[in-house]
Design a binder for this molecule. Structure first.
Ligand SMILES: [Zn+2]
Length: 85
């Protein structure tokens, strides 16, 4: 079941990432998905009870996305302070 959003609402919504790109309904894999996907970075935002959740924390960044954080979130930060005293 595809998301039905007011076209005017969809027009003013933008990706919360620095690209601030327009969003489109569904995902590239599934245009009927209950999600909005960014036309620039490809992040997918869930739509809960008809309300788009435009939070980077909630976004799904598909593998192979063109842009995004340089370091994956599941990788420990490099060059941290040494743990030994
Ligand atoms: Zn984006």
């Amino acid at each position: 079941m595809a998301v039905t959003l007011d076209p005017q609402l969809l027009e003013i919504l933008a990706c919360p990432s620095p690209d601030h790109a327009p969003l489109r309904v569904g995902t590239p894999e599934n245009p009927e998905a209950d999600a909005l996907s960014c036309t620039a970075c490809g992040r997918q935002y869930p739509v809960v009870d008809g309300v788009p959740v435009l939070l980077l924390d909630e976004a799904v960044l598909p593998p192979g996305a063109r842009s995004g954080p340089a370091v994956p979130a599941d990788q420990p930060p490099a060059g941290g302070p040494p743990s030994e005293p």
